[in-house]
Design a protein around this ligand. Structure first.
Ligand SMILES: [Cu+2]
Length: 182
């Protein structure tokens, strides 16, 4: 019995430093993970209204004289009823339109989304280059890389929410750079 206890003691003593080391490594890994987790969190930004979350609204810097700029974000609906994005307003442009992309006769085209964009219950809709997107038309000034400009999104059920569009560089995420003949 005594022998067994001392063996256990010896084992505990021997394994203690290992355990501590392991804990330290775990802490270091955790700290590192937190550090990396914080980097996108600082760049990404989100807004909430009712059951909806609007994730990372962003736009793109435009060349001098440009009349339109894109707007992109993801809407997550955590509720049990569908909602609908009806309209967008911003001081940066005269109008903001919801566009859908499609292929017609082998050519990419875009058309306005009629009647708003449905956000399914428990689902999400991503507005991104090459898919559904916002078009700020009649720009009053050029959005500059690194700035944020405010806009208001209005949903059928959740109501209105003020968001900020972060302006990325001109070449951001390979948009097919559609010709927006306005
Ligand atoms: Cu468009």
């Amino acid at each position: 019995m005594f022998n067994l206890l001392s063996k256990a003691q010896a084992f505990a003593l021997r394994s203690a430093p290992t355990f501590h080391l392991q804990q330290r490594v775990e802490l270091a890994v955790l700290a590192l993970l937190l550090l990396f987790a914080c980097v996108p969190a600082a760049i990404a930004h989100e807004f909430k209204v009712g059951d909806l979350e609007i994730e990372h609204p962003w736009s793109r810097a435009t060349p001098p004289g440009a009349k339109v700029a894109g707007g992109y974000f993801t809407v997550v609906n955590k509720g049990s009823t569908p909602d609908r994005l009806l309209s967008i307003t911003s001081d940066i442009s005269d109008k903001a339109e919801l566009h859908a992309m499609g292929v017609k006769d082998g050519v990419m085209t875009m058309r306005p989304v009629e009647g708003g964009l449905e956000i399914p219950a428990g689902g999400k809709v991503a507005l991104k280059p090459g898919a559904y997107h916002l078009m700020f038309t009649g720009l009053k000034r050029q959005p500059k890389q690194g700035e944020k400009f405010p806009a208001t999104l209005t949903f059928e059920k959740a109501g209105s929410v003020k968001v900020e569009f972060l302006v990325e560089g001109m070449g951001e995420t390979g948009d097919m750079d559609m010709d927006h003949a306005e």
